[in-house]
Each structure stands twice: as C-alpha cells, then as structure tokens.
Design a protein around this ligand. Structure first.
Ligand code: F3S
Length: 67
C-alpha cells in the first residue's frame, strides 16, 4: 500500500507518529513524513488509524498502483 501526506495540510499534531511510529516521523519543522514507501500491508491497520485520527485529514492510505 501507499501512504501519502499532504504537507500543506499537516500542522504537526503528531498523532500519526504516536499511533504508527513505524510508518510516520515528524521532522524538526513539525511536518510528518512517511518512513516506508511502499508501506507493508501488515502496517495497514496502524496507518489507517493514524489517517482517521489526523485532525487535518492530511494522511491518505491507498493501494499501490498496479504496474
Ligand atoms: Fe501532521 Fe496529522 Fe500527523 S497534522 S503530524 S499528519 S497527525
């Protein structure tokens, strides 16, 4: 799967890195970034929980495009 962050929306709440520390990291500027791209399926539940919990709706979890 693919996890993407809209950096324009991210306000540095940091919930993503707390809920899914294997998937997200918040940098010194307070912007989240993904640690794994593509992201393994076993981390889907954590990534989706983080996406659901982000107050800014900045996280999108999607399937990796075929091909
Ligand atoms: Fe940013 Fe949302 Fe995480 S605002 S730091 S992507 S919880």
């Amino acid at each position: 799967m693919r996890v993407s962050i809209d950096v324009a929306r991210c306000q540095g709440h940091g919930r993503c890195a707390i809920l899914a520390p294997d998937v997200f990291d918040v940098d010194d500027l307070g912007k989240s970034r993904t640690l794994l791209d593509p992201c393994p399926e076993e981390l889907r539940a954590a990534a989706e929980e983080a996406a659901f919990s982000c107050p800014e709706g900045a996280i999108t979890v999607s399937a990796v495009a075929a091909g």
